[in-house]
Write a protein that binds this ligand. Sequence first.
Ligand code: GLN
Length: 208
Amino acid sequence: MSAVGPERAPAPTIGVLALQGDVREHVAVLTALGAEVRLLRRPEHLEGLDAVVLPGGESTTLSLLLGSSGLSGPLADALGGGLPALGTCAGMILLSREVLDGRPDQTSLGVIDIAVRRNAFGRQVESFEADLDVKGLETPMHAVFIRAPFVESVGPNVEVLAAVERPDGSSRPVVCREGSVLVASFHPELAGDDRLHRLLLDEVRSSR
Ligand code: GLN
């Protein structure tokens, strides 16, 4: 019989919205960090989750699938009740209060007070990479932007953790946090950088 070790908190269970998009990459990062991962496809999958991740993909499609799966209302309720979340790219769009340049029938969950513009970097630079300084991280994050949104405006309780310079000299937020909801315009899960996922797991620990 093995000795009983010091008591450890059970691994957190993280739901990854698995309706469309780059689900597998998020599952791999979270699993490597020691989390239990559950694919989130139906309302009953929310039961007992410690946090959720909303991956990149196509926000118009994801918005439709959130509706048809019945997840939209229960997920918004859970997030409104304080369930920690990380949304990347399309996932950021889904979590936002307002979507600019969305499809007319596109809806969002409205749990972070930001207005997000879809495909905001324009056709000529639809995809690009950049090294970003992110508040709270010691070294820059290598960020992969794929037909990425940026944030046009933020509410008073939103903290901007990173921004990119535009050609006109203005800067636009690309990583934001409000309470336990963290969003990024880019795809940390594709660049082998797990630090935003770690922030999510830290949030779970501190909210337990
Ligand atoms: N352009 C996509 C959208 O509007 C987002 C792209 C992505 O998630 N990589 O949903």
